[in-house]
Design a protein around this ligand. Structure first.
Ligand SMILES: Nc1nc2c(c(=O)[nH]1)N[C@H]1C(S)=C(S)[C@@H](COP(=O)(O)OP(=O)(O)OC[C@H]3O[C@@H](n4cnc5c(=O)[nH]c(N)nc54)[C@H](O)[C@@H]3O)O[C@H]1N2
Ligand SMILES: Nc1nc2c(c(=O)[nH]1)N[C@H]1C(S)=C(S)[C@@H](COP(=O)(O)OP(=O)(O)OC[C@H]3O[C@@H](n4cnc5c(=O)[nH]c(N)nc54)[C@H](O)[C@@H]3O)O[C@H]1N2
Ligand code: SF4
Ligand SMILES: [Mo]
Length: 708
């Protein structure tokens, strides 16, 4: 079933089914939603990426539709009691419009900011960017994708001239002779993807995983490199060094399809394998085996994910692996290439349509006069009225409520109180605002701080499109309308624009998509030829797709790159230390990530019974030798402290983690919030925070502030 909804009657019961996709991660697994007697269940669906498979989060996703915690009325903070109280839509929206007007009158247009999310549909991401630039006329909009994808995006742009997570269909993974996964744990973060890895190995392919922990993914690998966190760039440069000395470089490809190799060759000449081993702890023999497996394979794929990217040198680290792939001639070669595993449901589309501080729809640059002229024409406003670039997410959040920063913030689809680095500081900034508005369907930790909370529709109650990790544009289809009292994000934005007496988008997602197509036309991410009907008729459409009667683009780079001269660009990159290194006071490396049963800041998955049971609490993973030294037993509460704060969670002893490194998932708030300790250093190019490494002290938890 690829063509949407159908209604039927079975034994007299009203039955409705719709083919859609999971609300959570970028794999966007196909699923069928069935409503019978008002109850919604999830059924498997054959789709090219997940082939009928779903993970536990997907199977249980419908539970939140009728969850008792679901918000069904706007909430307004009562000035007398300070409590959030139910309010009418009219009162809530009037309060917001008046607040925005007041703040902008007193402090200027840029005093109102917007924060979006990579889970929003393309239509919503587009409407939000337009709302900021045209309705509010503020330059301050950014989104949580900055925490997620931005380093790989920046590295892809500078090397290939385009940023599409996977420039080939996911099924290519199953055919690869060698597959290198750097800082990715899909066995927990995209479980149905593992089928492609299994197929790859069954065909005799070699799977190599680079991760400081022996993850569920690493356990399936033929070779596991276990570097010290933050040393992947040294590993990448050493792999290229070996590839060059052992003669695996593709000289023709380098000469005809790339520029800038000479400088890279000079840089990696200094990265003899023993030097990388000394830094990373990865044995020379393993580095050599990896370089050989990549260099001799007919089809080789290199993939990075957050483990390599969420560093203050994330762009350079990804570039190191892109350099390696280019020198081996992989990008554009059939069955080969470099890709990044995008994370959020619409992490890919979310960064193409203008909710990023420096971008306009179609992946256009907001400071490019031609791009401004084109988009301004579609929006019906003079180009010189469009604001200029804003600032990246962390910088924006860190400026809120300060004399120079915005005084009001509207949040759609993010929970930064749990997910931002150095979260206690950001929580303080949010408290300093004159006006905080959060649209959510649950009272997230961020919504709980808001002056106004707007109850919004869930995925099964709205139409739209999502772009998955392959750049495949998919249809999200409504099973039923939102419950009484709940509005869609698009309806909220449309109503606010009317109240502000400023131009806005409509509440109709198909009309918004039609406009998005025109706005993206001619841009890097060109959706002009993609209609909902065309998506419905196939298993999605890959961008760029400029013409409705022309082909889409499952594979990129066969004939050239999206750079002005058609060649990919090498960039020399050097390893550098993490922003914070260990010391006597904070002697351990701390890194963070995910577990299968929880999603992101946990607002949604912590409320699903089966997921809560599978992963009830945060934990601190540490090596038994380290635990022994610290006098900590398995399951005992421990406190992790850094220069920025502390959190507590039970110890989970694991002989497979490096003894100098501790790990915690970031899905919990309150006293178990891992982001209370993380570092807010950011990559100078992408603005990506260094979630994956900082220096901490670990101790048995005693009373607050006292370590036992
Ligand atoms: N269950 C679940 N699935 C999810 C999500 C979720 O929250 N929960 N979120 C979705 C989103 S938005 C994203 S971005 C993706 C993320 O997907 P992944 O990138 O696979 O997830 P992470 O767990 O953040 O990081 C991957 C691995 O990086 C390792 N790592 C830590 N530091 C380093 C380092 O310095 N170098 C290397 N090489 N590895 C390191 C960690 O040990 C971890 O196993 O998952 C998506 N899927
Ligand atoms: N320490 C550490 N921190 C991290 C990471 C890490 O690896 N380590 N990873 C980072 C990464 S990769 C990411 S992507 C971020 C994610 O972190 P967040 O940005 O906090 O993402 P979510 O938890 O998905 O938040 C989405 C919120 O919006 C709501 N929501 C969902 N869909 C919609 C919608 O359509 N409309 C509206 N209005 N609301 C919606 C949800 O209920 C939820 O409250 O966390 C980052 N933080
Ligand atoms: S892998 Fe991602 S898209 Fe697929 S079911 Fe799980 S959370 Fe949903
Ligand atoms: Mo992410």
């Amino acid at each position: 079933m690829t063509d949407g909804a159908r209604t039927a009657t079975r034994t007299g019961h009203p039955l409705r089914e719709v083919a859609t996709h999971c609300p959570y991660c970028a794999l966007q697994c196909g699923m069928v939603l069935r409503e019978e007697d008002g109850r919604v269940s999830v059924l498997p669906r054959q789709f090219p990426t997940n082939r009928g498979g779903l993970c536990q989060k997907g199977w249980t996703s419908a539970e939140l539709l009728a969850h008792p915690d679901r918000l069904t009325t706007p909430l307004l903070r009562d000035p007398a009691s300070g409590e959030l109280r139910p309010a009418s839509w009219d009162d809530a929206l009037a309060y917001i419009a008046a607040g925005i007007r007041d703040v902008q009158r007193r402090h200027g247009r840029d005093a109102v900011a917007v924060f979006g999310g990579g889970g929003l549909t393309n239509e919503k991401a587009y409407a939000l960017g337009r709302f900021a630039r045209v309705t509010l006329r503020t330059r301050h909009i950014d989104y949580n994708g900055r925490f997620c994808m931005s380093s790989a995006a920046a590295a892809g742009m500078r090397a290939f001239g385009v940023d599409r997570g996977l420039p080939f269909p996911l099924s290519d993974l199953g055919q690869a002779d060698t597959l290198l996964l750097v800082g990715a744990n899909p066995a927990e973060t995209m479980p149905p993807l593992v089928r492609w890895l299994t197929e790859q190995r069954q065909r005799g392919g070699k799977l190599i995983v680079v991760d400081p922990r022996v993850t569920a993914t690493a356990r399936q690998a033929d070779l596991h490199l276990q570097p010290l966190p933050g040393t992947d760039l040294a590993v990448a440069n050493a792999l290229l060094h070996i590839a060059l000395t052992e003669g695996y470089a593709d000289g023709d490809y380098i000469a005809t399809r790339t520029t800038g190799f000479t400088d890279v060759r000079r840089t990696v000449a200094g990265w003899w394998p023993a030097r990388a081993e000394a830094l990373s702890g990865v044995p020379v023999a393993d580095l050599e085996e990896t370089a050989r497996a990549l260099g001799t394979a007919e089809r080789a794929i290199v993939l990075t994910a957050r483990g390599a990217e969420q560093h203050a040198k994330g762009v350079d680290t990804v570039t190191g692996f892109v350099n390696l792939a280019l020198a081996l001639g992989l990008p554009g070669r059939p069955g080969s290439g470099y890709g990044c595993l995008t994370g959020q449901g619409n992490g890919q589309g979310g960064r193409e349509h203008g909710q990023k501080a420096d971008q306009l729809p179609g992946y256009r640059k907001i400071d490019d006069p031609e791009a401004r002229a084109h988009v301004a024409r579609v929006w019906g406003v003079p180009a010189d009225e469009l604001p200029g670039p804003g600032v990246p997410a962390y910088q924006l959040l860190d400026s809120l409520g300060t004399p120079a920063g915005p005084r009001a913030l509207l949040v759609f689809g993010s929970n930064p109180v749990v997910s931002a680095p150095r979260a206690a500081r950001i929580e303080g900034r949010l408290r300093d605002l004159d006006l905080l508005v959060v649209a959510d369907f649950l009272l997230s930790e961020t919504a709980a701080l808001a002056d106004v909370v707007l109850p919004t529709a869930q995925w099964a109650e709205e139409d739209g499109t999502m772009t998955n990790l392959e750049g495949r544009v998919l249809r999200r289809r409504a099973l039923r309308p939102p419950p009484n009292g709940v509005r869609t994000d698009l309806a909220i934005l449309a109503d606010l624009a009317t109240r502000l007496a400023a131009p806005g988008t409509t509440a109709d997602p198909s009309a918004v998509f039609a406009e998005l197509r025109r706005a993206s036309a001619g841009g890097i991410a060109d959706y002009a030829g993609i209609s909902w009907a065309r998506i419905d008729a196939a298993d999605g459409v890959f961008w760029p797709c400029p013409r409705e009667d022309g082909p889409d683009a499952p594979r990129l780079f066969a004939d050239g790159f999206a750079t002005p001269d058609g060649r990919a660009r090498f960039h020399p990159v050097e390893h550098r230390p993490a922003a914070e290194e260990v010391c006597a006071e904070y002697p351990l490396y701390f890194t963070t990530g995910r577990v299968l049963a929880q999603y992101q800041s946990g607002t949604q998955t912590r409320r699903v019974a089966a997921l809560r049971q599978a992963a009830p609490t945060a934990f601190v993973e540490l090596h038994p030798d380290l635990a022994d030294r610290l006098g900590i037993a398995d399951g005992e509460p421990v406190r992790v402290s850094s220069r920025r704060g502390e959190f507590q969670a039970p110890a989970r002893l694991s002989p497979t983690i490096r003894p100098d490194t501790v790990f915690a998932p970031f899905h919990w708030g309150g006293t178990a919030r891992a982001n209370s300790v993380t570092n807010d250093a950011v990559d100078p190019i992408s603005g990506m925070p260094e979630f994956k490494i900082c220096a901490v002290r670990v101790a048995k938890a005693g009373p607050p502030g006292v370590d036992r």
